[in-house]
Design a protein around this ligand. Structure first.
Ligand code: BGC
Length: 733
């Protein structure tokens, strides 16, 4: 068993709210250990040094899980850091310990302190092993980081002199929830220098980094002793050019520094910020290149690239990538800035396909699917965000369907059956939940009693759709019960596919699926084959999920809805599939029209307003320079970036043969458009690099397809089929 289990949880005997605690232990070793391994975790986030040198190149450890259910510990090889006389010192901040929802201060008071668990395991040449474990011999002091909070930031007082070290308290906290590190480590990824210094009309000193990021800043603080420097982090300037922080809601996103008159290299260790701009108060003679923004995210390998002849679409792709960078910190979050930053299941569901093309997210999502399994209710329902301490029974369609959609997509992209096996119960329990809910309905509640429709449950609806007269409304016009039953069918179909891959008998679910479809058609399709709920999202779901075999009437209904509005009206539920459906029904040019449109509402409108990440709302910042409601208006929300998977799969045509996974059988079927002279994309798949490019010259188009070894590939172009070879294939049509 790992020696971390021999250690005891320790906490400070007393802790002022939100201070960072420094735990310490000094010890001597015999000459000379051949190996030293540190196993460590904390309730909070830790920053560990041995003899003044940092133990980890990652940050915000031990990451984020529901610590009551599972908590990751990390193991580091620290052999090189060990000397004869040693001191281990571990700062522990609040981190995600109480991270939940809006203002957390009351939680913090009622939950108490941070805690640490660690074992330094030292092995000598003769095989002797000595374990230095956290126990009552450790001491602690308060740190100069006088305040830390994930939403509000940090306050560092360089004048703070801790009182003498005090003995820690050993607490009987459980070790049964410990798990070795599962996810990717969160690391510092890149550094962006300040681009421009702005003095706002209101007189604030602002630095623009030119890119919205998630992370923190670094710079050298030089100020007089006792001076306070306050830095606010924010996303947008108002139309007048002033600092805009209202959309952060209660999150302060500040860094406050109290100088001791000496020069210090500043870099927060216990928090992160979502920002493009900083406003600096209390520092003279500021120059933008003295400040760097450090981009922090889970250490996922970049796998996907896209480029085309239209700069606007290239910027859109850039924004999709940055939406992912900004929201993949151990957990896929909705946004990195306001008092939310939660693992919203719907957002992850919508974005997981393109996420898996852009970066290798197998390990990242494998860990989070572990969180989902841990948080699945005994009923099979899934909370709306994970991890959560909020008493949320979830169960909203398109959000809770992450339970089937995510494992299935990870299997498709990475071809790893283990992922499916591990999450089969997650998928099945969720489908079973919907089925038992459908069976339980009571006629006196005025809800249909069809046992094959997932109706009457609470749902988020087509979140942020634009098909209600009130453009600030959040739930859209598509009937929630329709969405519920459409996803009931879809999730059941994915469970069937997973069962078939794993060789599990699924006759019951095949039957269930047939019945859901029948009931769906009976209730929602009219005598002309159209969907009664006349919205783009309703058509899109029926078509994309294959709920009605006669596609023609639905296709013409969708086409006229899109043409009638002249733009999309879909929200979180319909948007990811809209362009796929349009190109599948032969309306590729209409799909392109929506893709390149740059007036509100569209994917490119935010780009005309200088966006460097995806926005939460189609109308986050309006043409007249006003903002959408600050109640919910993030400028770094990846969900609508799901359009990126259409760019890989349809625009550049990188697809997989139906029934295969892990890119063993590739189908190149690009859908070109006269609006572009070229487009290209590549994905570093588990079977090698797959790339596709098309370039028009005159009436001809030249296609270049790259096929990795040991895979099969065909190209489908203008109704013709080409069998491709390993390596580079060129076709002119
Ligand atoms: C989040 C969303 C989430 C939604 C639930 C919002 O506050 O930011 O992205 O999916 O709530 O509908």
């Amino acid at each position: 068993m790992n020696t971390i289990f021999s250690a005891s949880w320790i906490k400070p005997a007393r802790q002022r709210k939100n201070t960072v605690i420094n735990f310490k232990k000094s010890f001597t070793v015999k000459p000379f250990p051949v190996k030293a391994l540190l196993h460590i975790t904390s309730l909070g986030v830790y920053n560990c040094e041995i003899n003044g040198k940092s133990v980890t190149s990652s940050v915000l450890n031990p990451g984020w899980t529901d610590y009551n259910k599972r908590i990751q510990y990390q193991t580091y090889d620290v052999t090189e850091l060990i000397e004869k006389e040693n001191t281990v010192s571990v700062g522990v901040g609040i981190g995600w310990r109480f991270h939940n929802w809006y203002d957390l201060s009351s939680d913090i008071i009622s939950f108490g302190n941070v805690a640490l668990l660690a074992t330094l395991s030292i092995t000598y040449e003769n095989g002797e092993e000595v374990n230095i474990c956290t126990d009552s011999s450790w001491t602690y002091t308060e740190d100069k980081v006088r305040y830390n909070h994930m939403y509000n930031g940090e306050t560092v007082d360089f004048n703070f002199i801790p009182r003498k070290s005090l003995p820690v308290k050993v607490i009987p906290y459980t070790k049964a929830t410990l798990i070795p590190q599962e996810g990717e480590f969160i690391t510092e990824q890149e550094v962006i220098r300040g681009k421009e210094l702005i003095i706002t009309p209101e007189g604030d000193t602002v630095i623009d980094f030119g890119q919205e990021i998630t992370g923190y800043i670094s710079f050298y603080l030089t100020a007089d002793k006792g001076d306070t420097v306050k830095i606010r982090h924010f996303e947008k300037l108002t139309k007048e050019g002033n600092v805009y922080t209202e959309n952060l809601r209660s999150a302060k996103q500040e860094l406050t520094l109290i100088s001791d008159g000496k020069c210090h290299l500043i870099k927060p260790l216990y928090t992160f910020y979502g920002f493009r701009y900083i406003a600096i108060d209390g520092m003279k003679d500021v120059s933008p290149d003295e400040f760097t923004a450090i981009v922090v995210h889970s250490d996922m390998k970049r796998t996907g690239h896209f480029n085309c002849s239209d700069d606007m679409i290239n910027q859109l792709f850039h924004n999709i990538i940055w939406g992912q960078k900004g929201n993949f910190l151990d957990v896929p979050t909705d946004c990195p800035q306001r008092d939310e930053r939660l693992g919203w299941t719907g957002d992850a569901q919508v974005f997981c396909k393109v996420a898996s093309y852009n970066f290798n997210v197998e390990k990242f999502f494998r860990k989070w699917m572990g969180d989902l399994r841990a948080m699945q209710k005994p009923s099979g329902s899934i909370p709306s965000f994970v991890p959560t301490k909020y008493d949320d029974h979830g169960g909203s369609s398109a959000w809770a369907d992450v339970a089937t959609i995510l494992p299935w997509q990870m299997y498709l992209t990475y071809g790893n059956k283990e992922l499916l096996r591990e999450n089969y119960s997650l998928m099945k329990n969720w489908v079973d939940f919907m089925r038992s809910y459908a069976l339980k309905k009571k006629p006196e509640e005025g809800i249909s009693t069809d046992p094959y429709l997932y109706e009457g449950h609470w749902h988020f609806g087509d979140w942020l759709a634009l098909d209600l007269p009130d453009k600030e409304a959040v739930e859209g016009a598509t009937e929630k019960d329709l969405i519920g039953s459409a996803f009931f069918a879809y999730s059941t179909s994915l469970l069937i596919k997973a069962s078939e891959v794993l060789g599990i008998d699924c006759r019951y679910y095949k039957n269930l699926y047939r019945n859901i479809r029948k009931s769906f058609i009976k209730k929602y399709i009219d005598e002309n084959g159209k969907i009664k709920c006349d919205t783009q999202t309703a058509c899109v779901l029926a078509l994309h999920f294959g709920l009605y075999e006669n596609k023609e009437p639905l296709a013409s209904q969708l086409t006229s809805l899109v043409k009638g509005f002249g733009h999309l009206t879909t929200g979180f539920v319909g948007t990811p599939y809209l362009l796929h459906v349009l190109s599948d029904i032969g309306e590729t040019e209409l799909a392109y029209e929506l893709l390149v449109r740059d007036e509100f509402p569209s994917w490119c409108y935010p780009i005309t307003q200088g966006a460097t990440t995806m926005w939460e709302r189609w109308n986050g910042y309006k043409p007249d320079g006003s903002f959408a409601t600050p109640d919910m208006n993030s400028f770094n929300h990846y969900a609508y970036g799901a359009v990126g998977d259409w760019m890989y799969e349809k625009m550049c045509g990188i697809r997989q043969k139906e029934g295969t996974a892990g890119f063993t059988d590739i189908v190149f079927a690009p859908l070109t458009s006269n609006r572009f002279t070229f487009a290209e994309a590549s994905i570093e798949t588990v079977n090698g690099k797959v790339a596709s490019r098309w370039e028009r010259s005159g009436k001809k188009t030249e296609y270049t397809f790259t096929v990795p070894e040991k895979t099969c590939a065909i190209a489908l172009i203008n109704g013709k089929k080409y069998v491709l070879n390993t390596g580079i294939n060129k076709i002119t049509e």
